[in-house]
Design a protein around this ligand. Structure first.
Ligand code: M6R
Length: 608
């Protein structure tokens, strides 16, 4: 949830760390800070608010340093104040560290440390780690870190410096992301590759409890049992442009508009349009296990959970394979009925979501086979799962997930197609589906051309306080996703419902002030949804309908119609979500909200 950047090398660390923090602000943005290290000791600067403010404060100092660690925070323990901002420094002023994660036993540790006379200066859980390292320090920082962490229960990504070892950064992780990177006589540590991409594409992924030691001479890595280990250097394949706005006003808009390409990328080399089939290299050896499993579960959070709901419906409808979906946060605690004959799909954009990681662990403890559908290469979930598929959406910076959702659904559609063919789907049906999937990028292109019309509609509804989204079948999760997008970035309360459920309760809320978004494709439930829209109109509700291109009847009942190219139920969710993403975006912009960094949220939720 927070962002960490550290630098050691021949250049001034400050601009590198500041720029890195700016690139990580999407991960947390309520306060930030930097600790500089040189022979005179540690120099600390912290502010509440954004990294620009920190940059301004540092500019006034006119200082420089070859070593620095920085942090941008999403508050968990203690409000966003300067005292609670990272880096935290030990009482003697010699240890400074930045932390991402949660120290679960911090209260016990803090009481013990206070009883022994240690004085804390923040409300954070993190400060106990600084205190423990300070007490364990006898001339070697990595040994002190190892000793301190043996008392800690929780999740952490940490970068640490010590005034007595001015040419060293020590870093480690457990359950929170952290990478190291190799440059030209300079070395980096960061919680996200985006932070250091400008300087290096050569990345080392730290595994849980490994310790990295960065000096001006290079990087050494040690296992938890203190042995030095050789780590592979991975080449990052995406470019700096992918983590920049590229002329768009917001990352979210850029990401919405990139979907023709990202959907294409998710299908590249996998969709077999001539055969009416799909091929997923990462799961090839698992297809038999998926088909013959006793249980198939999908587990995920937020937008990824909506993709999971679509996956479940497609597995059942097209491949006739019974499946279940469970919120990752619930999966762990409800004693799931999974065992060695179960397949669990964990779906995650970031690959770092703590709830999803905990669900994976639970499934593994019960001997299930866990497969990942993930965006971030080398992420914890990618590494914790037995096999999987990358969605290849590229870095998603906007906190509200858009392109990752459509890529997740694309991959789930490919997998469904593959399984369905093995379960007896005919050539004709396979070909029809594969060809509809092949058309997706161009259909999405067409939808994006409606952006101006959607922006105009958004102006009419930007002052609403509540919205209701209705959809049926595979479009019910799309309604949920539309509602989530709206509430995340515009702070308008919105709910998604299966359209027919409206009359069982939510209809009581309908009046002129509560707009309804109805997903009404010309499929087998079309007449029923039209009736639902009529029921809304009879109560003076205003309706924005998503309808199939060419549908003229709907104009008589809805106030506004957004047309979508004709789609199979296989491809409908991907197309229908695009206008909903745009509607949320333009409403949020109209309301003057910070679209890319909505309040209280962070891109990847690395705490349970
Ligand atoms: O990285 P993940 O896909 O695991 O993240 C799951 C949710 O935290 C995420 O989808 C969240 O709901 C987004 N803010 C949705 O826009």
């Amino acid at each position: 949830m927070c962002g960490i950047v550290g630098y050691i090398g021949q250049n001034n660390a400050i601009p590198v760390v500041i720029e890195g923090l700016q690139r990580l602000e999407y991960r947390g943005y309520d306060s930030c800070g930097i600790a500089l290290l040189n022979v005179t000791g540690i120099n600390l600067e912290k502010v509440t608010g954004k990294v620009n403010k920190l940059q301004g404060a540092l500019a006034q100092q006119q200082t420089s340093s070859p070593v620095a660690i920085g942090h941008t925070r999403w508050a968990t323990h203690g409000p966003p104040t300067v005292d609670n901002a990272h880096p935290h420094v030990s009482q003697d002023g010699k240890v400074a560290l930045v932390h991402n994660g949660i120290i679960e036993n911090y209260k016990i540790l803090r009481d013990e440390l206070e009883n022994s006379g240690y004085e804390f200066s923040s409300d954070t859980d993190t400060e106990v780690v600084v205190a423990l390292i300070s007490q364990a320090y006898h001339g070697n920082l990595e040994s002190a870190v190892r000793e301190a962490l043996s008392h800690v229960i929780g999740a952490y990504g940490l970068a640490i410096i010590h005034a007595d070892e001015p040419e060293k950064i020590v870093c480690t992780r457990k359950g929170a992301p952290l990478i190291m990177a190799v440059g030209e006589n300079e070395y980096f540590v960061a919680s996200d590759v985006a932070a250091i991409l400008k300087y290096s594409k050569d990345v080392i992924y730290l595994d849980n409890e490994e310790i990295g030691v960065l000096t001006p001479d290079g990087i050494k890595t040690y296992s938890s049992d203190e042995n030095q280990i050789a780590k592979k250097i991975h080449k990052i394949t995406f470019n700096l442009e992918e983590v920049e706005k590229g002329g768009f006003e917001h990352f979210m808009l850029k990401e919405i508009f990139s979907q023709p390409q990202t959907i294409h990328d998710a299908m590249r080399g996998r969709l077999l349009p001539e055969e009416g089939n799909a091929h997923l290299g990462g799961l090839n050896h698992m297809i038999g296990s998926i088909l013959h499993a006793d249980q198939r579960y999908f587990t995920a959070c937020g937008t990824s959970w909506h993709a999971a709901l679509i996956g479940e419906m497609m597995f059942e409808q097209f491949a006739r394979l019974p499946s279940e979906v469970e919120y990752a946060s619930e999966f762990r605690y409800r004693e799931p009925l999974v065992d060695t004959k179960s397949i669990v799909f964990a779906i995650s954009q970031s690959g770092e979501t703590a709830d999803t990681l905990a669900a994976i662990q639970e499934a593994k403890n019960r001997d299930a086979t866990v497969l990942g559908i993930c965006n971030v290469v080398g992420s914890s979930i990618a590494r914790e799962t037995e096999a999987g598929v990358y969605i290849h959406a590229g870095p998603e910076i906007g906190v509200a997930s858009t392109k990752a959702f459509t890529s997740q659904v694309t991959v789930l559609s490919l997998l469904t197609l593959k399984l369905a063919r093995l379960m007896g789907m005919s050539d004709a049906d396979g070909l029809e589906i594969a060809q509809a999937m092949q058309r997706l990028p161009e259909d999405v292109e067409w939808l994006l051309k409606q952006a101006d019309q959607i922006a105009e509609i958004a102006k009419l509804y930007a002052d609403a306080s509540n919205f209701l989204y209705l959809g049926r079948g595979v479009n019910f999760p799309v309604a949920l996703e539309g509602a989530l997008k709206l509430k995340e970035i515009s702070y308008i309360h919105a709910e998604g419902y299966p359209a027919a459920e409206m009359k069982h309760g939510p209809i009581a809320l309908i009046d002129r002030s509560m707009p309804i978004v109805a997903i009404a494709p010309q499929d087998k439930t079309y007449d029923k949804i039209i009736s639902n829209i009529e029921e809304v109109k009879a109560r003076h509700g205003r309706v924005i309908a998503l309808a199939t291109q060419g549908d003229t009847r709907i104009k008589d009942v809805a106030d506004h119609v957004l047309y979508v190219p004709p789609a199979l139920s296989f491809t409908a969710p991907i197309l229908n979500v695009i206008p909903l993403q745009l509607l949320s975006y333009y409403i949020a912009v109209e309301r003057g909200c910070n679209v890319d960094q909505p309040r209280n949220l962070a891109k990847s939720v690395t705490v349970e």
